[in-house]
Design a protein around this ligand. Structure first.
Ligand code: NAG
Ligand code: NAG
Ligand code: NAG
Ligand code: NAG
Length: 454
């Protein structure tokens, strides 16, 4: 009895000793999802040198560096319990689904879910989702993707299927129809849809277009009707009219003729040129054949015609162009010589001065000015009469007029020998004295002795 008492007393003492007292260990505190083997679940105090097995919760496995056992040494678990860690187990490939795929909603670890999805036109048979289990397997059975089926295709009034009907059709299958005589097949195809119905926009109808009534046009291609589907007509607009849409063909379609042909009157656009003064025909609309006359504003020169005509194409025969003048054009050739002003280009306000040989009379104005309209103030002058005697060939008699005094039928006849300046004077009807050594001169017969040196 005494012994028992003493034993009980020491047991109490033993129980009150703190855990890290040398030689004994308390139950280890494990990391998440780790547990000690169920054999020790009820043990609270472990003796020195005792060894316990540790493991993970179902669905978890020890990490590769985790120890498998813990040993109580000097009141401590060795290795330390926190060295034992657990990780989720992973599931393998769930396999392929014909006409579908698995979507991984999170991953392939214990507790994760995958979802089977079928291709368009297929539906799922079986469980859509599978969960990764503790045994590394995906739960349940793989689902099956079944093709959507359609029943017999729809009736098309006045039409029938090209092939005999079947009980069922798979998703995507197309059924072809033919129409009864005189009917036109319109619309798309008839095919089995993903919801098991048929697409059915197909129709067999009678297309009958009335004869078109197109103002200001005449038919140049195609018969006079009746018109059936896709019959084509071609029209030509009357003179002064044209098609609005660059097309002269129209086709008989279900809703009638397309496009609708319209002949509109040809009109030319308003004139938009600047610096133009319209002198005639300025008010539109400008129909085919309309004529507009115009001139340029001061300081501008006309390039091209001063008259425009509106053509059958709705275009003006030309564009009125009035260019701002900065230059006068080259002058026409003359036998008067320029003695001031020289060669071009000629700017506005430039002045040219001409001269004729003394024995010739100048016809026209000796002075020309380049005006602000790009024109010269006048045409260049020329020198009247035949070539100067000085230009004539040796031994040839020439007729000249003496400058400024021609008149009354009088003439002066003279001859010259170029270079030697040998000349002779003569009056009409007389022979020329080739041996004279006088300078060239004009002898005005009617005025007696009046002479002029050339
Ligand atoms: C099937 O789908 C088509 C096209 O998406 C739709 O027009 C039709 O109403 C659907 N049919 C049924 C029975 O749901
Ligand atoms: C012009 O013709 C085209 C086809 O050729 C058509 O699509 C369009 O609607 C027509 N436009 C007009 C204004 O008629
Ligand atoms: C010019 O000379 C020709 C002969 O070469 C003559 O017939 C003609 O009358 C002359 N004209 C004038 C205007 O003198
Ligand atoms: C000068 O030209 C004019 C006109 O072209 C002509 O009539 C005249 O005979 C010519 N005079 C001379 C001198 O060449």
């Amino acid at each position: 009895m005494q012994v028992t008492k003493t034993f009980m007393g020491s047991l109490w003492i033993f129980l009150l000793i703190p855990a890290d007292v040398e030689g004994q260990c308390t139950k280890p505190t494990m990391t998440e999802n780790a547990v000690i083997h169920e054999d020790y679940i009820l043990t609270e105090i472990f003796d020195e040198k005792s060894t316990i097995k540790v493991k993970c919760h179902p669905g978890y496995e020890p990490t590769s560096t985790s120890p498998r056992r813990l040993t109580c040494e000097n009141g401590q678990w060795i290795p330390r319990p926190e060295k034992f860690t657990c990780q989720k187990k992973t599931c393998g490939n769930p396999g392929d689904i014909e006409n579908g795929i698995y979507n991984y909603l999170n991953g392939n670890e214990f507790g994760d879910t995958i979802k089977a999805v079928c291709k368009t036109g297929y539906y799922i048979l079986g469980s859509e989702t599978r969960v990764c289990m503790a045994n590394r397997e995906w739960d349940g059975q793989p689902p099956v993707c079944e093709v959507v089926k359609c029943g017999p295709p729809p009736d098309v009034p006045n039409g029938q299927t090209r092939l005999p009907l079947e009980e069922e059709y798979d998703y995507g299958q197309v059924v072809q129809y033919v129409c009864a005589d005189g009917y036109t097949l319109l619309g798309g195809t008839v095919h089995c849809l993903q919801n098991g119905s048929w697409s059915s926009t197909l129709r067999c109808i009678v297309v009958d277009c009335k004869r078109p009534d197109i103002a200001n046009a005449r038919r140049i291609e195609g018969g006079s009707g009746p018109y059936r589907y896709r019959d084509t007509l071609r029209y030509e607009c009357n003179v002064g009219y044209r098609m609005t849409n660059n097309t002269d063909r129209t086709v008989c379609l279900e809703m009638g003729w397309s496009p609708t042909l319209v002949c509109e009157e040809v009109k030319c656009p308003s004139l938009k040129s600047t610096n133009v003064i319209i002198t005639e025909g300025g008010v539109g609309p400008y129909r085919h054949g309309s004529v507009v006359r115009y001139q340029c504003q001061t300081g501008h020169a006309l390039v091209g015609d001063s008259q425009l005509k509106c053509g059958l194409d709705g275009q003006w025969s030309s564009d009125p162009v009035c260019l701002k003048v900065t230059e006068c054009r080259q002058l026409s050739h003359t036998n008067a010589s320029i003695i001031k002003g020289g060669d071009g280009p000629y700017k506005v306000n430039d002045v040219l001065e001409y001269k004729c040989p003394a024995e010739n009379k100048m016809i026209g104005n000796p002075e020309l000015k380049c005006q602000s309209d790009g024109r010269w103030s006048s045409d260049p002058p020329y020198c009247e009469g035949n070539s100067s005697g000085w230009e004539t060939t040796l031994g040839v008699c020439a007729t000249v007029f003496c400058g400024g005094v021609v008149g009354g039928g009088a003439g002066a006849y003279w001859w010259n020998k170029k270079n030697s300046r040998k000349t002779a004077s003569a009056v009409e009807g007389e022979d020329i004295n080739l041996n004279s050594d006088r300078d060239p001169e004009c002898v005005i017969q009617s005025s007696g002795t009046q002479t002029q040196t050339a």
